[in-house]
Structure formats: structure tokens, C-alpha cells
Design a protein. Structure first.
Length: 815
């Protein structure tokens, strides 16, 4: 005999049931088969919901009932030929009428007992199995419907399901000794109690039904068919990189399922353990995949950690006070109270000072536990020896599970530092004495991040995920997106970095995708995105709560740089080519640095000076290695350099500026470059990076533009005045040319003083041959007193700026 079970997800539609039938028929070719069926997907939830609605006198239960009636009747019509429908239709209708009567009773009495919940919730399995049994009959299979309610008996306990194995086994053995058929079809989940009242085996209990049949019939293996390829290293619905485990031990499976791997109902293994019957979990929709084998040992696959799970339906209870310290028997009393109330303690921790005990219990048992404990310790509470029990909500447990964890040290350290590095706060920690499980209590909102972080840490080829949120997709931003797309494979293969973009925004629209935006088609998708809003953008980044999140600013907007603090204070790194923040007040600059340090985020702005050239990085390294900067001399404006290298007085000056603008060598407002403000900001940043406390006002600027043109407020007016001032530009040009010199806009920092201005330099000067939009920086330091350390190269342009931002992103990845 074979025993199989198909879960609700495999039975969500008649098409799926037809697929299930194919698999069943394959098994039938090999042996007689018993198949346990769950309710059609979602039906049990509806049945319980209807009961709740009816008990609250909400007539909406009737609509839901009609919907479910329709669903079952349609399944009959879809699966069974018309001429053969009448008997099954009447059976189905009889069950539905019973159900309706029960709900009416609940509605009228305004009362929903636990017993009634058990009774109504089992109808889904009965209905699905009756229909499927009839379907097989009509396919010509010699089949028999087995009413599990007649065979499986539960003990009469308050809440917890306990099977009366003696009676159950006897019933099953007798039944199958007497009946003959090729295929037996039985509803899962349902049972009866010792008085004969219908009950169930608990949510998810159809797995257990299959195990009970399998054990009583002494089969070799029980097959559980579900909607995934087996038991995974983590819930594949939450952790995209999780993968199915080939084979695991009973203990590992038990621990994984107890700690939230819903794919297997925890008590399922109980009846199979003694007889060493194995379980195989397989995918209904991919029946050729091996799935997961659960058996006595998992010697073949050596691993320290088997899987990662979570439970999010818990609350923490905390009891503390001096009255607990050194009092023998306190814990005994504490746990006795919980035992008497039949409350299951999911996790326990006690500080070694014995000053507090912290436990996790199921959501719906927390209030009861608190009441019972507060009552039991009433006197101690009254005399302020201990405080009343505190309940903490919105928490979850994440757990690392593995048979061999006990013989390997350092795992918990790795686990907690991985969580800590991702800014996930740990509320409590516990390691089961079996050491098959290390659990941490964290905030519910962090579960997804924690599971993915731990999975990456323990199961994936070491690689790091970088999650980008990019604002500004113009010249620089679009180049950056291109580069990211191009380098995706290289980064993964060579640097083990997985870079994904989850958010994009320009000034009009924004776009988000938790799974990563397709970088091939981002432009169209962004056009269809929602209205851009800086506060909403931040909220979205915060709510995604992804590890290694990076906010990238490719704009020149002060409104955007005003948000950096929020990002950093939420452990989101900031990479920016926008100079405003770093060139703002020293206080602001310092606050950003401090926030980054405090919240473990990076704040990188290499492109603020010299686009992609490693200027700030070089300076930081000099300072960090103990060198002292004595002088910096630099040409820092790619735009001005381009302008003065191109301007030969043959074409008017304003045309040259226009050209620089078109080529992307200037800021959107070219006056920022031409006025020298941009250069002043850059030397200011270099001054600060070399350890000086300086403000923008401290920088002396020697203007070559007229005051009038500096005062303009739009590009049109500005260009008009440039046209007007042409003779002056010609004169500047000619006087340098006559001396055989070149015009360069130079920034200099020496003895705590910074100056920027136009200079003409002779042929011997290192600046003389600077071409195009190149930048050059000469660092004179204690180690480089005569021959400066020189960084030189293309210092402007969208492509190099984008690659500088890219380099900052990678710096974070390597951290
Ligand atoms: P069925 O209806 O077949 O009984 P369930 O919904 O009860 O299916 O269980 C299957 C689901 O269990 C999967 O779709 C998945 O979301 C969830 N799950 C949670 N943890 C794991 C895990 N470690 N491996 C596989 N599935 C898991
Ligand atoms: N249908 C029941 C439930 O949803 C039992 C099961 O699916 O295993 O809990
Ligand atoms: Mg299930």
C-alpha cells in the first residue's frame, strides 16, 4: 500500500485536480494507494471566517457560504460527467445543508464554542474528498471513500490535539483488512473525539492524517504533495534564494516545522518515528523532482545548519524584579502556572542575574498567561518585589536549525553579528538544550530582512547584496544605470556583489520594485510610475527595510541633500555627486559624518571633487595613514578647464560655455561653475577632509565675471551678459597668450587659507598641459614635500561621474 497526501494548494482548481489525478494514477500502476486530501485551497479559512462572522451576528457569512457552495458545485460540474452528477450533487448538498444549519445555530446563539469550530472547519476536507472520490470512480478507477472521522480518534483535551493511537490504529487496521479497492480516498484533517463528536487534528493537520494512516498500515514511505519542491533551507515565498533540501533527519524536520516551516505540520512525524517510516515532500506541479526525503539520518549531506525558519505569531512576556533573585523554586512556580493553564512556552531566556525571565508564547495565549502569572504572583507584585508581567507585541522568532550545530562553535556569533550588521535589533536569544536550534526574537518588521540576511550568511556562496535607491536619472543617473546593467554579471562573478536597484526617481515620477527594477526598461516603467515625492521616497526605502540599502543622489538639489540625515539615521548609506551637503555649514558636514558612524552606514561623495578621479579617497588614505597635508594646489573645475582650453577668442566666450553645457561638463546652472562657486565648494571639501574646520565664506574668490552677470537668476539673462562682456574675455585671453601662458582656474589651500581664481600659468607649470576637461590635484604633504603626489585625469562628464558613483557603491560592497 502507498499513502499520499495532497494539500489545499494542489487542489485550488478543477484543472489542478486533474493534474493530481494523473499523478495518483501513476502510483496506482505500482500498488494499491490511499490518498489523503485537504480541503480545496482557502476553504478552511473561509469556514472559520464564516463561523466568526455568524457568531458576531454578521450576515456576511451567508455570502461567503454561497461563494463556497458555488465553488464546490462547480467543481462537481467540471470534473464529473452530467449523467453521473446526481448522486454526488445530493451528497454535496447534504453536507452543505448541515453546514448551513450549524452556522444558523451559531448566528442565533451568538456563540461559537471550540467544539463548533472543530466541527465546521472539517467540512472542507469531507467535501473535497467526496467530490474527488466520485471523480476517480468516473475515471473508471476501483475506488473507495474512507471516512476518516470514523477511524481517527482524538482524546478529549481542552485545546491540544492528542490522538488516541490505540483506537485509531485498531480502526484503520480493521478497516483495511475488510475493504478492498485499488484506490482509497480519505479526507485529511478530520477526526472524532472519544464521544464520537467530529473534531480535527489542528490547522495544517492533513499531513498528520496521512502519517497516521501510513503508520497504522506500516508503509515504507508517506508522500506529501504540496506547492513547492520540498522542504527548503528557508520559506521560498520569503527568501528567493532558498533551495530544497535533498534529505534531512526526523529531528531536523521536526525542528524546522516547529519553528515555522509550514510545509509540514509539526506532529506529523510522531507516528512515523518509531516505525522509521520516511516522508517525502514533493511538488504536485513538478512531480518529477525528487523533493525532500525525511528519514532517520541525514549522514549523506553534511552541513552545520539545515534551515532557517521563523514564527511571527508570538508575543514576549517579561517578568522582572528583585524578588526573583536567588529564590529557589521561583522558576518552578512560574512554569507550573503556565503548565496548569495549558500554555505552550515557545522560547525561554533567563538573565544570569536571575533578575528577569523572558518567555515567548503564542499570540492568542499571551493575555491568559499574563493574567495567570499576575494572579499567582499577586503578593510579590503588591509588595513591589516583582513587576506585573509585561507583554511585548509585534515580535517574531527567527531560528537557525541543524542537527550538527552543537558540535560547531561560532555559529551563534556569526548569526548575531550578521543580524547586528544589518541593524536588526535582537530582543532575546535562546538556544535549545538539544542545540539543534538557535533562536532570536526580533521585531516583526525585520523578519524578511533577517531571513534573507541569515540565508545569505549560511547558505549562499558568500556574496553581498547591495540595494540601491537612485534619485536623479538625467545625464549622470542614466549613465550609472547603464553601467550597473553592463557590470551586473562581472560584479557577481568577480566581486561577489549583487547590485539591485529597487527605487528610481526623477523630479516628476518615482518607481519601486521590491524584486529589483528591470534595468533594460526602466525609462518606460518610470514614466508610468507614481508622482515623485521626497518624503514618500524615503518612506518607501524605510519600509522595504533591505539590508545594505544605499541612497544614491545624482542631482544637484539642496532639497534632496536635506534628506541625507534621515537616510543615515536609518542605517541607509548615502552615495552622492551632489556637493551641497558637504559644502554646507561645517556643522552639517560633521553631523552627517557622525550619523554615518553612529548608524553603521557609509557616506561617500568621491564625485564631489574631480568626478570619477580618486581624489577624496587618496586624501583620506593620506590622512588615515598619519600624513599631514601642507598644501593643495588644484585645477578642480572640468567645466572651466574645458571652457578656457576651448576658448581661443575666435568664437565668442558664451558659445564656448554653451558647448560645455551641451557636453554635460557644467552644472545645469553654468554660473555655478563660472563664478567659481563650484571650485570653492570643492576646495572647501578637500580642506575639511584634510582636517580643517572651514566654511565657504572663508574662501577667497577672485572673480573674472562681472558683478552684474553674477547677479542673474536664470540662464537666459546670464548668457545675454556673457555676450555683452565678450571684449573683456578677449582681453583676458590675449594677455595670457602674449606671455605664452595658459589660463587656468586654480584652487589653493595653504596654511589654513583657501583661494580660488583665474591664473595664467607658464609652460613649466604642471597645470600648463592640462587638456579638455581634465582635473589635476597636487598634494604637498610631510611625506611628499617637494614632489607632490599628483592625481590627474578627466574631471568632468556624465560617464566618469557615473563611474565615480559606481566606485563608491562598490566601496560599500567591499566594506
Ligand atoms: P499544503 O496546502 O500543500 O499543505 P502549505 O501551505 O501548508 O501547503 O505548505 C506549503 C507552504 O509552506 C509553501 O508554499 C511555503 O510558503 C511554506 N513554507 C514555509 N517554510 C518552508 C520551508 N522551509 N520549505 C518549504 N516551504 C515552506
Ligand atoms: N485544510 C486544513 C487547513 O487548512 C488542513 C490542511 O490543509 O492540512 O488547516
Ligand atoms: Mg499544509
Amino acid at each position: 500500500m502507498k499513502v499520499l497526501k495532497f494539500g489545499g494548494t494542489s487542489l485550488a482548481s478543477p484543472e489542478r485536480i486533474k493534474l493530481v489525478a494523473k499523478t495518483v494514477q501513476k502510483h496506482l500502476k505500482e500498488d494499491k494507494t490511499l490518498v489523503v486530501f485537504s480541503a480545496f485551497g482557502g476553504v478552511t479559512n473561509d469556514l472559520l471566517k464564516m463561523a466568526d462572522l455568524a457568531s458576531k451576528e454578521d450576515l456576511a457569512y451567508k455570502e461567503l457560504l454561497v461563494k463556497n457552495e458555488k465553488r464546490h458545485l462547480e467543481a462537481v460540474k467540471e470534473l464529473i460527467p452530467v449523467q453521473a452528477q446526481s448522486s454526488i450533487l445530493s451528497k454535496v448538498k447534504t453536507e452543505l445543508n448541515r453546514l448551513e444549519t450549524l452556522y444558523e445555530g451559531v448566528y442565533l446563539l451568538n456563540e461559537l464554542s471550540n467544539k463548533t469550530r472543530h466541527v465546521v472547519s472539517g467540512f472542507g476536507e469531507v467535501l473535497s474528498s467526496l467530490i474527488i472520490a466520485e471523480y476517480f470512480k468516473n475515471l473508471g478507477v476501483n475506488s473507495q471513500y474512507v471516512d476518516s472521522r470514523e477511524l481517527i480518534v482524538c482524546k478529549n483535551t481542552n485545546e491540544k490535539v492528542q490522538v488516541n493511537y490505540q483506537l485509531t490504529n485498531a480502526h484503520i487496521e480493521k478497516y483495511f483488512a475488510e475493504k478492498d479497492a485499488s484506490l482509497f480516498i480519505a479526507p485529511g484533517f478530520v477526526s472524532r473525539n472519544e464521544q464520537g463528536v467530529p473534531s480535527t487534528l489542528g490547522r495544517g493537520g492533513s499531513d498528520f492524517t496521512a502519517a497516521l494512516y501510513g503508520a497504522a498500515l506500516d508503509v515504507k514511505e508517506v508522500l506529501i504533495y504540496t506547492d513547492v519542491n520540498g522542504m527548503y533551507t528557508a520559506n521560498p515565498q520569503i527568501v528567493p534564494h532558498a533551495y530544497p533540501l535533498k534529505d534531512i533527519s526526523y529531528q531536523e524536520a521536526m525542528e524546522l516545522s516547529h519553528f515555522g516551516a509550514k510545509v509540514l505540520y509539526p506532529p506529523t512525524l510522531q507516528p512515523l518515528l518509531d516505525k522509521q517510516i520516511s516522508i517525502r515532500i514533493k511538488n504536485t506541479f513538478k512531480p518529477d523532482e525528487d523533493g525532500t526525503l525525511i528519514s532517520r539520518s541525514s549522514e549523506k549531506n553534511f552541513r552545520w545548519v539545515t534551515g532557517i525558519t521563523h514564527i511571527d505569531s508570538i508575543k514576549l512576556l517579561n517578568i522582572e524584579g528583585s524578588g526573583m533573585v536567588g529564590i529557589p523554586g521561583f522558576s518552578k512556580r512560574f512554569f507550573e502556572v503556565l503548565f496548569l493553564e495549558n500554555i505552550n512556552v515557545v522560547l525561554i531566556t533567563q538573565a544570569s542575574s536571575e533578575h528577569s525571565i523572558c518567555i515567548a508564547v503564542k499570540d492568542d495565549e499571551a493575555e491568559l498567561a499574563k493574567e495567570a502569572l499576575d494572579e499567582a504572583f499577586e503578593v510579590e507584585i503588591q509588595y513591589k518585589k516583582i513587576k506585573p508581567v509585561e507583554i511585548e507585541e509585534n515580535v517574531a522568532i527567527v531560528a537557525l536549525v541543524g542537527d550538527r550545530m552543537k558540535s560547531h562553535h561560532g555559529l551563534s556569533g556569526k548569526m548575531f553579528s550578521a543580524l547586528g550588521n544589518n541593524n536588526i535589533n535582537i530582543r532575546a536569544i535562546a538556544q535549545g538544550s538539544s542545540e539543534r536550534n538557535i533562536s532570536a526574537v526580533i521585531a516583526k518588521k525585520d523578519v524578511k530582512k533577517a531571513l534573507n540576511t541569515l540565508h545569505e550568511q549560511f547558505f549562499e556562496v558568500p556574496s553581498k547584496e547591495l540595494n540601491l535607491f537612485i534619485t536623479g536619472v538625467g545625464n549622470v543617473g542614466s549613465k550609472l544605470l547603464n553601467q550597473l546593467k553592463k557590470q551586473e554579471k562581472f560584479l557577481l562573478e568577480n566581486l561577489r556583489l549583487k547590485v539591485r536597484v529597487h527605487g528610481l526617481s526623477n523630479s516628476r515620477k518615482m518607481l519601486f520594485d521590491e524584486n529589483g527594477i528591470d534595468l533594460q526598461n526602466w525609462e518606460k516603467a518610470l514614466e508610468k510610475g507614481e508622482k515623485a515625492d521626497k518624503a514618500e521616497f524615503f518612506k518607501k526605502v524605510d519600509s522595504f527595510n533591505l539590508r545594505n540599502s544605499i541612497f544614491v543622489d545624482n542631482t544637484a538639489s539642496a532639497e534632496i541633500s536635506a534628506w541625507y540625515k534621515e537616510y543615515l539615521a536609518n542605517s541607509v548609506s548615502v552615495v552622492t555627486c551632489n556637493k551641497i551637503a558637504c559644502a554646507d555649514s561645517f556643522e552639517n558636514y560633521q553631523e552627517l559624518q557622525n550619523l554615518a558612524r553612529e548608524y553603521g552606514a557609509s557616506f561617500l561623495y568621491e564625485t564631489n571633487v574631480g568626478a570619477g578621479l580618486p581624489i577624496i579617497d587618496t586624501l583620506k588614505n593620506l590622512v588615515a595613514s598619519g600624513d599631514r597635508i601642507t598644501k593643495i594646489q588644484a585645477v578642480l573645475s572640468g567645466s572651466l578647464n574645458f571652457v578656457f582650453n576651448t576658448y581661443k577668442a575666435e568664437e565668442p566666450f558664451y558659445k564656448t560655455v554653451e558647448k560645455a553645457m551641451e557636453e554635460g561638463y557644467t552644472e545645469p546652472d553654468p554660473k555655478i561653475d563660472l563664478s567659481g562657486v563650484d571650485v570653492a565648494r570643492k576646495i572647501l571639501i578637500l580642506a575639511r577632509e584634510s582636517g580643517q574646520k572651514m566654511e565657504l565664506e572663508d574662501i577667497e574668490s577672485e572673480d573674472f565675471l562681472s558683478e552684474e552677470s553674477l547677479a542673474t537668476t536664470n540662464n537666459e539673462d546670464f548668457f545675454e551678459l556673457l555676450k555683452k562682456d565678450e571684449p573683456k574675455f578677449q582681453e583676458i585671453y590675449r594677455s595670457a597668450e602674449e606671455k605664452g601662458e595658459q589660463l587656468k582656474y586654480v584652487a589653493q589651500l595653504e596654511n589654513g587659507k583657501a583661494v580660488v581664481g583665474l591664473q595664467s600659468v607658464d609652460a613649466q607649470h604642471p597645470f600648463y598641459n592640462l587638456s579638455g576637461s581634465d582635473n589635476i590635484v597636487l598634494f604637498f604633504t610631510e611625506r611628499y614635500p617637494e614632489q607632490p603626489l599628483i592625481v590627474k585625469g578627466a574631471g568632468a562628464g556624465a560617464e566618469v561621474t557615473a563611474s565615480g558613483i559606481f566606485a563608491d557603491v562598490i566601496r560599500i560592497g567591499k566594506k
